[in-house]
Design a protein around this ligand. Structure first.
Ligand code: HEM
Length: 115
């Protein structure tokens, strides 16, 4: 169960990253917002189940990952609304993309390398 949720979380993370990279959040806003909501739920589950026996630095870096992930999800919701001027939306997308890449890297590091 724990691994299944982790893989679902990974899949959802890649969907969101892909939509941001392709600049398609507005076009596929249903999928984008649903991925964001499910990422928060599966992420909370991962947080509770993977805390036990966590390697050194896990709490600090996962804390940063959660803050970055909340930034990504917030920007995705705002981009999906589509009310911002194009210039501002482009800036938001770039910022969210950078946060999403760092979020994915921290997640992959702790689930594949650090333990
Ligand atoms: C934009 C949103 C997010 C993205 C792109 C993302 C991405 C990822 C990725 C790629 C992994 C590695 C999965 C694997 O190797 O199978 C991961 C693991 C994890 N994520 Fe997320 N995540 C997001 C949101 C969240 C949130 C909101 C939380 C917590 C509330 C969270 C908590 C975790 C935890 C605890 C792990 C496991 C780390 C470990 O193995 O020790 N994530 N995440």
């Amino acid at each position: 169960m724990t691994n299944a949720v982790l893989y679902i979380h990974l899949g959802l993370g890649l969907v969101l990253l892909g939509l941001l990279a392709a600049g398609r959040v507005r076009q596929y806003r249903g999928a984008a917002v649903l991925s964001g909501v499910l990422l928060a739920l599966t992420g909370a589950f991962n947080f509770m189940t993977r805390m036990k026996g966590a390697p050194a630095g896990w709490h600090a870096l996962i804390g940063i990952k959660i803050l970055l992930a909340l930034h990504v999800i917030t920007m995705v919701v705002l981009l999906a609304r589509g009310t911002a001027p194009a210039e501002k939306a482009a800036r938001w997308r770039k910022g969210a993309l950078v946060s999403a890449v760092v979020t994915v890297l921290i997640g992959l590091y702790y689930s594949n390398i650090a333990r």
